[in-house]
Every structure is written in C-alpha cells, then in structure tokens.
Ligand binder design. Structure first.
Ligand SMILES: Nc1ncnc2c1ncn2[C@@H]1O[C@H](COP(=O)(O)OP(=O)(O)OP(=O)(O)O)[C@@H](O)[C@H]1O
Length: 786
C-alpha cells in the first residue's frame, strides 16, 4: 500500500528502530497535496447580510439573485419573521398564539404538507402543555417537597433580608490557604450558586443544586470540601479517603481534578483521579496511599472497590454527584446505588447539575437526608450573555441557470437535496467567513464528526474531533490542542456537551439540533461561561421546530437572532464540496487499511507474548466487573440452575443429572450443602497457590487499622468489615438471602458454581465485598461511552 511505503508500517523495523504510525492527519495532508487548494470564500468580518434581525426584511434583494433565490429569500424572511414573532410571543407569554417560526404564511406548501404540519403542531401543543403542567408544581407536589427538603434559611441561620447582600469569599469564613488560592485564580466574588451553597455545605447539609451552565458549580462544591478537609485530623494513621466525587465522563473528572488541585494548592490535600482509560496500576498505587479526595467515574470506582487491595470507601464522609442526570442517562444507576450503599450512612451527599430529570428526583429521594434545594436560575435557562442564532436549513436549492431551450424560456435548475446534504455547505460557510477560531461544532454521531474533520482538513481548516471512538489519549490530546489554540475547530459529539470548561470558546455551532432540550442547553453552555460573551449558532431543519420554539420561548428577545447566509456563498461551497467527496472516501479507506495493519501487528505481538510469557499471563487474577442487565440475568439464571442442581431444589435438572443424583442421594439438605461446599473448596484449592499468593499480598498491603489482628487468624474477608459502630447503607443482607444473581454478578468471570456457592452461603454474609444485585441499571458497558 502506498501509505505504508510513505511512512513505514509502524512497530519495530529490522534495524530495531520504532517506525512511525500514520495518523489520519498525515493521510489527509497527503491527499490534500494531490489537488489544487480549496478556494475558500472571503472572510467577512461584519457582514450585514449574514446577520438578520428586524431590519433585514426591509433590505433590498441582491441583484444577482435569480427568481428561485427570491423565493428562498422570501422564505428566509418568513423564517426570520417567525423567529421574531415567536420571540414577541414569548415576551408576552401567550405561547398558544405563537406562530411557527418555520412557517411561511404565503407559502406554496401543498395540502398534504400543511396537514402534517398541523398534526405536528397539535402534538407540539400537547407536549408543551404537559410540559407546562409538569413545570407548574401542584399543591400536592409542593407539600411533598416541603416535607422532604429542608429550608435554606433555616440551615444557614441567615435572616431573609440578609440574603440579597452579595457576600465575598472572606465573609464565607474560609481559611487563609483557600482564600489565597481563590485570589490566585482571580476568583474575587462568589457566583450566586457558590454564595448560596458554600455556607450550607460547610454546615454539613445535603444539597441538591442547579444553576445555568458555566456558573461555577465545580467550585461551589470544591470550596466547602477543601475547607472541611482543612480541619480534618492529621497524622499518619488518619490517612483516609473522605471524599468521593463522581463524574459522568473521564474528561470531566480530569477537569474537576484540575480545579480541585488549583483550589487546594496551599492545602495538604491529596487527590486521586480514578477514571477509565488511564493506567489501573498507577491508580491502584495512588489509592493505596488513601488520598483524601477520589474523583472518579462510577464504573472505574467500582472496579477499584472490588479489585484494588487496601482501597475501600467505608470512611467516606462526603459524596458529590456532578451532572447526576447524565450519569443516570448513561445507565450508571446500579453503580451509583452500589457506591452509595457502601459509604457510611452519616455521610454528606451533594448533587449538582445544570439540568435535572425525574430520575434524579428518585436518586435524591433514595440517597439524601432532608437536602436543601438550591436552584438559582429559572428552570432550563441559558447564560445571560449568550446570543443564540438560528440558520434555516432547506432541503432544496437552486444550482444554476438553464437557458430553457426545451421549455421555451429561462428558468433556474432546482436540484433536490436532503437537509443533511445541505448542512455541510452551511457549516463551512459559517466557519470560513464568520466564525473562524475557538469554535466547537456539535454533531449527532461519531462517524459524522470524523467525516467532517476530514472535510475540514481537506479544505485547509485546522480541526480536531472529540468522541467515544477515540482512545482516551486521543481524546485528551484533541481537547488540549483545541485549548492551546493549535486547532481552531473542535468537532464533537455530546460527549463534550456537558461540563467541559474551555476558556475562550467564542462560538458553539449545532450542526444539527439535539433531540432533547437539556442537551441543547448543555451544548450552547460551552460558551458564554463565567459571565463572558458567547454565541451559539444552530442549523434548524424542518423537523427541529419544536426545539426551536422551546429555545425561543425560554430566551430573552435581545438574545435571539436569525442568521442568513447568502445563497451564492452556499452554492459555491457546495460545488467545492462535491469535488472533494471522492477524497473523503479515499482518506477513510486508507485510514481503515492503516488500522487493520495495526491490529494485525498487535495480534502478532500478543501471540508472541503468549508463547513467551504464557505462565505469567495465565496466573494473573481476573478482575471482576459490573455487567449489563442481560449478562446479570444470564449469570443469575446460571447460578440458580447450578445451585438447584446441587441442592436438589430443581426437579427437572435433578432428574437429568445422573451424577448429581448419585452423589447426593440419601443425604439430608444440610449435608448436601456441606458436601457441595467441601467440593468447591477442594476445587478452589486447585487454583490454590495463585489465589493464596494474591490473598497474602492483599493482606500484607492492608493498613493496620483496617485489617484483622494476626492472632485472630487470617485476613478479613471484605473491606466492609465491621468497624466499631460505623454503619453502612449496605443491603447485602437482603442480597444474601437466596439471591443467586447478586453474588453471581460479582463472580461473573469465575465459574458458575462459585456463584451458586455464594447463593448457598449468602445468608448473613453481609460484610463481603460482593455487590448486591443491581436493580435498575439500564445500559451495558457498550453504550456507556460516546
Ligand atoms: N467565583 C468565580 N469568579 C470567577 N470565575 C469563576 C468563579 N467560579 C468559577 N469561575 C469560572 O467559571 C467557569 C465555569 O465554572 P464551572 O465549570 O464550574 O461551571 P459549571 O456551572 O460547572 O458549568 P457546567 O454546568 O457547564 O458544568 C470556570 O472557568 C471557572 O474558572
């Protein structure tokens, strides 16, 4: 293959030198050199045509536009007028008189289309009504909330009249090292969410807090955590993991750790980042030292809870769940429950997010004690300095003139295209003429993100991509080069829509409208953060009008605009894009070949390692891991079946298992169980030396305070060994009672009989590290990552 010829095939060559990998950038660059430069339209700094507002309707038509363009222009005007009408309607709060922002009153829409529009409108009205209802608290709900949530003023002891005064960090009674760190970061005044949550968090209360994107929620929980840790008992024996911060994605965890380290700069507080995709061994070593704060994604934390010697969460005093709704969306509810149940009952729990869902309400109800509700901004609102622009995407566009020889006159040629085909040219028009640096572009799929990145590369724009198809290292690199300004555009999926705080992002472009309004809020919230200006531009297709209406309804009139892109610019770019279509395919093909080659090399290396180091590899203990619901179910069934076979509870299985009948015939139930246990012990002993070695190593690593005295014989069987009066919220007792699946899921990658034994012995083994049966976990590992 030519590509390989250019840079070698990677790995080690015959001279023992490492050969370079061929990255997608190399492939794009190589391809770009084979064709003339893509001529980009002239940048226009202050293009009045681009930016429509109320005065645009009075502008004269461009003389170069043909008839078809006139129709499109009118259509655009209608769209703009629709945006204005919707805005006005939102201002007067007469939402049901609101006109469809995409409608064109004198449109030539056919009857069928009109009918379907009406149907859709009805649906929208219905859903908006129900939404309005759900936003309006009923008396019953109010009473329920009053009974469950604590009142803020009571908690802080503040008089109501004092609430309006803007506090300073000094007035929040923070210690000097923290005040110094805040000054270093140029945080002079607490943001509203910080001003309200810090005193309550310092008082040890549970909190459920919501505030718009970019309003400083991270520091709102990090400051009181650090302040509380500043007063913890110190000394060698006091090293404990006291705080766990759970984040939905690795990037957010990394970001949160960096905020924490910056704020804790002058305090002797130790952090550990425990996220997937980074070295397990390094994390294990750090956890062994019992860091004060562990910032983790739920899956990786559970992995460590089960597999890392000497790490336990039984001393945790504070649990934070950031972006809790996203964690639940991602199917982490079983993991969250397991983590919460393993921590002490007396802990403080705080939950933060810019958006909340019903599932979060449920989590709050199950995991918190009389939390204080802090919602500082109107529900579903955007940052104050965010300008939202909308660009209409049409699925049809004229591409030139036909002299009309056949039709007896001149007419434009109208090329039918789908909205999706129209979007790339609109995007490139925006990115080449108006928004040229510090732009995040959100797209709906990983594949699209990658293809667009190739397109950007081929036309000479510097773009990176961020989505779940990349390795952790690639994700972090991509993010870093965008932060450093080495790339101007970051093309991302919703993986990046939450929480990412990138200073100086000027524009967010929604290549397509997200399907959930919450998602829209998080995406546009990547700009206009911390009181800065920012702009969000959304391409709006026919099917996106419901979302558009919601956005218009919730935004002040001055912040909403309709952007129009001159038709000829879009046409010019569309034609160029047609020309490079083939190149995109070539790049994708070469990239695939390159990947296959790498995979083949990896397999080869793996095979070699297996031959050379077989014994060592086979002796490594398997890690237990959480499973998907279907895996848990299968495991549960398998465990139950084997158990029933052995104890004689399952008639069918008993009859078909000759061996089982002979072996246990004539024995009482109790004796059967004992015999099974003995057999299993013997079986386990065959694995003996390895397991004994592992147990001994774990025991040796365990700090004295957690271990059982040598004289009492052997290591404790679990991290949750009873320590004085400390209670945990564990429900393992419940699990032990015959719930074969609960244990089976822990021993998932050991033999099914071990799972059955767990069930048989389960009664009363409340303090083992085995997980409880996960209830309500929706997603498998596969769909956790985007
Ligand atoms: N008191 C403050 N003064 C000035 N800047 C602040 C202050 N607190 C936080 N910031 C800055 O505000 C920005 C946004 O903070 P943060 O990322 O915590 O927002 P957020 O509310 O968690 O946003 P999101 O909902 O998108 O996750 C950060 O760059 C942070 O440095």
């Amino acid at each position: 293959m030519s590509v390989k010829g250019a840079k070698g095939s990677g790995g080690i060559n015959e001279h023992g030198q490492e050969q370079n990998k061929l990255s997608v950038d190399d492939i794009i660059e190589k391809r770009r050199k084979t064709r003339p430069d893509f001529k980009l339209p002239e940048p226009e700094d202050d293009d009045p045509e681009d930016n429509e507002d109320s005065d645009l309707a009075e502008e004269e038509d461009d003389e170069h536009l043909d008839d078809q363009h006139d129709v499109e222009e009118e259509d655009e005007e209608e769209f703009g007028a629709g945006v204005r009408r919707a805005r006005e309607a939102s201002e007067s709060e007469e939402s049901h008189d609101e006109k469809d922002p995409l409608s064109s009153s004198e449109d030539e829409d056919d009857e069928e289309e009109r009918q379907s529009d009406e149907d859709e409108d009805e649906d929208e009205d219905d859903s908006e009504n129900s939404e309005a209802e759900s936003e309006q608290e009923t008396e019953v709900e109010k009473a329920r909330k009053a009974a469950f949530f604590a009142v803020e003023d009571q908690q802080t002891g503040k008089a109501k009249d004092g609430a309006d005064e803007t506090p300073t960090f000094q007035s929040l009674s923070l210690s000097r090292p923290l005040l110094r760190a805040l000054a270093t970061l140029n945080f002079h005044t607490p943001t509203p969410i910080q001003a309200r949550s810090i005193p309550i968090a310092l008082a040890g209360k549970d909190i459920v807090a919501g505030a718009v994107t970019g309003s400083g929620k991270t520091a709102a929980f990090m400051i009181p955590i650090l302040e509380r840790l500043a007063h913890r008992p110190k000394g060698r024996d006091e090293a404990k993991t006291r705080v766990i911060i759970l984040m939905p994605t690795r990037e957010l965890a990394v970001q949160c750790a960096s905020v924490g380290r910056a704020l804790g700069k002058f305090l002797d507080v130790r952090f550990c980042l425990a996220v997937g995709g980074l070295s397990l061994k390094t994390q294990e070593a750090e956890l062994k030292l019992r860091p004060d704060i562990v910032i983790a994604t739920p899956g990786r934390l559970i992995d460590h809870m089960r597999n890392s010697a000497s790490f336990g969460i039984e001393d945790v005093e504070i649990v934070i769940m950031d972006e809790a709704d996203r964690m639940l969306e991602e199917g982490f509810s079983a993991e969250l429950n397991e983590i919460l149940e393993m921590t002490p009952k007396a802990r403080q729990t705080m939950l933060f997010s810019a958006t909340m869902t019903d599932d979060v309400d449920e989590l709050v109800r199950l995991s918190m004690k009389r939390p204080v509700r802090l919602f500082v901004d109107p529900k579903r609102s955007t940052a104050k300095k965010l300008i939202q622009e909308f660009v209409r995407v049409r699925g049809q566009m004229s591409v030139g003139q036909d002299d009309g020889g056949n039709n007896g006159g001149s007419s434009s040629v109208v090329k039918k295209r789908t909205e999706d085909e129209a979007r790339p040219a609109l995007l490139l028009s925006l990115c080449t003429r108006t928004f040229r640096t510090k732009v995040i572009i959100f797209v709906r799929s990983k594949k699209l993100a990658h293809q667009l990145r190739i397109v950007f590369g081929l036309v000479g724009l510097s773009a990176g991509e961020l989505h779940g198809d990349l390795s952790q290292e690639q994700r972090l690199q991509s993010l870093q080069s965008f932060k450093d300004g080495r790339t101007d555009f970051l093309i991302a999926t919703d993986l990046a829509s939450r929480g990412l705080d990138i200073r100086g992002v000027e524009t967010v472009i929604n290549y397509d409208m997200p399907t959930q309004f919450e998602q829209y809020l998080h995406r546009v919230g990547r700009t206009a953060r911390a009181g800065r200006n920012g702009r969000a531009v959304t391409l709006v297709g026919q099917g996106d009008r419901k979302m558009l209406k919601m956005a218009l309804k919730r935004s002040p009139a001055a912040q909403v605009k309709h952007r129009m892109i001159p038709g000829e610019v879009v046409l010019q770019i569309s034609e160029r894009l047609e020309e490079i279509k083939g190149d995109v395919d070539v790049v994708l093909r070469e990239e695939k070949e390159e990947k296959e080659l790498r995979r083949a090399e990896m397999e080869l290396t793996k095979g070699q390692n297996m031959v050379e180091h077989r014994e060592e590899i086979m002796s490594r203990p398997k890690r237990t891991w959480f499973q998907s619901e279907s895996e848990k179910h299968k495991q549960e069934q398998l465990g139950t079946k084997e158990y029933l076979n052995k104890v004689g509870g399952g008639d069918k299985e008993k009859k078909t298992s000759k061996e089982g009948r002979d072996k246990f015939s004539g024995l009482s139930r109790k004796k059967k169980r004992m015999k099974i246990a003995r057999e299993e012990d013997a079986e386990m002993n065959k694995r003996g030396e390895i397991d004994a070695g592992i147990r001994a190593a774990k025991k040796a690593q365990r700090p004295k305070e957690l271990g059982v005295l040598e004289s009492k014989g052997g290591p404790s069987k679990g991290k949750n060994k009873d320590k004085g009066n400390k209670k945990t919220r564990s429900s393992f007792n419940k699990v032990g009672k015959g719930a074969a699946g609960g244990f089976a899921s822990d021993l998932g990658d050991r033999s099914g009989s071990a799972g059955a034994r767990g069930a048989a012995k389960g009664k009363g083994k409340a303090k083992t590290k085995a997980p409880k049966t996960a209830k309500g976990g929706k997603a498998s590992n596969k769909n956790r990552r985007r």
